[in-house]
Design a binder for this molecule. Structure first.
Ligand SMILES: [Zn+2]
Ligand SMILES: [Zn+2]
Length: 351
């Protein structure tokens, strides 16, 4: 099969041993078009012929060594849409031709306390698609049938792809923010996940206040277009206190800001794997007293994908996408890094 393969990370070791990560531009062509042996479905697995795969910032983290892959060569990509072409021994959920999606969670142990209660995202043996196992920048992928999700008919293959990452993660953040229908939600940062989360929150009848970096006119305009009841810059005070907030930013300050404008007993969910700078000191009485809560969001669980995809179809969420051929994956990643992608990037896989 044809695949765009990562053979090494682009991290740089400096003389004093401090790891220095490359900045713009992306090392020319980090991925190579390669012929790999066709995979086949093992026990409990299905083999999918991939038709589309989303391009995500996480791939940049892998390429540049912030999230170092455990082995090479590696096929990246964790927003995978394809059709079943082969079922392994004991795989019986799906039939040939069924259209399925694969998300960030590739597998978990299935036995630990977390897995047993539907928190497989916290499993010590959590495996990620396109990191621990080969992902969707390729013509085929194998995956356990328990970690693949039916794609609702209304979505094209390319539209469905970004829903599997930005959409599913945004939905988990909404769930874990404790927001209830009709309540007031604050969104800090307005990228791919937030622009889907706002559509779900509006569908639930919530009032949504969106906070961006000052001067981010394009993001603010998009937020208004998608139904935001108020838009402003992080640091401003909204017209009413928030029942819940979700912080989608990579920086620390919005966490403190969200707590400042949160009502008593409210919750701030932090949707970030890491922060590039620390959360500022939280003076207890002002920021935490009166049962205010902080909750981080880690990975996704299967329940998030199984609930979100049909909900997105019902609401009629249509992500804005920019398509590329698989062979142009390097170009797509470079655009993403420069912040010049128009909507979500999706690779079309040659059939
Ligand atoms: Zn992603
Ligand atoms: Zn487990």
């Amino acid at each position: 099969m044809k695949a765009m393969v990562l053979n090494e990370t682009c991290e740089i070791e400096t003389k004093d041993g401090v790891r220095k990560l490359p900045s713009l531009p992306l090392k020319r062509n980090p991925l190579d078009m390669t012929d790999l042996p066709d995979p086949s479905a093992g026990p409990g697995q299905v083999l999918l012929k991939v038709s589309a795969c989303g391009v995500c910032h996480t791939e940049l983290d892998e390429i540049e060594g912030r999230l170092a892959p455990p082995h090479f060569p590696l096929v990246l990509g964790h927003e995978v849409v394809g059709k079943v072409v082969e079922q392994g021994h004991e795989a019986s959920k799906y039939k040939t031709g069924d259209r399925l999606g694969v998300a960030w969670i590739y597998s978990s142990c299935g036995r630990c306390r977390f897995c047993r209660r539907g928190e497989e995202n916290l499993c010590d043996h959590f495996q990620a698609t396109g990191l621990h196992a080969n992902g969707g920048y390729a013509q085929y992928i194998v995956v356990s049938e328990d970690f693949a999700y039916p794609i609702p008919q209304i979505f094209s293959d390319s539209e469905a792809a970004p829903l599997l990452c930005a959409g599913v993660i945004g939905y988990r953040a909404l769930r874990l923010s404790n927001i209830k229908p009709g309540e007031i939600l604050g969104l800090y940062g307005f990228g791919a996940s937030a622009h889907i989360a706002i559509q779900v929150a509006k569908y639930w009848g919530c009032k949504v206040f969106v906070f961006t970096r000052p001067g981010q006119k394009e993001h603010q305009d998009l937020a208004s277009k998608l139904g935001a009841d108020w838009v402003g810059a992080t640091g401003e005070s909204p017209p009413e206190k928030l029942d819940s907030a979700i912080d989608f930013t990579p920086v620390g300050e919005p966490v403190k800001e969200a707590l400042r404008v949160l009502r008593k007993g409210g919750r701030v969910a932090i949707n970030a794997i890491r922060k590039v700078n620390p959360i500022p000191e939280l003076e207890y009485t002002q920021y935490l007293w009166h049962e205010k809560e902080l909750k981080s969001i880690a990975n996704v669980a299967r329940q998030d994908a199984l609930e979100f995809l049909p909900l997105a179809a019902k609401i009629g969420i249509r992500p804005k996408i920019q398509e590329f051929d698989l062979q142009d994956a390097n170009e797509a990643l470079a655009l993403l890094k420069k912040g010049e992608m128009q909507g979500a990037g999706v690779l079309r896989i040659p059939q």
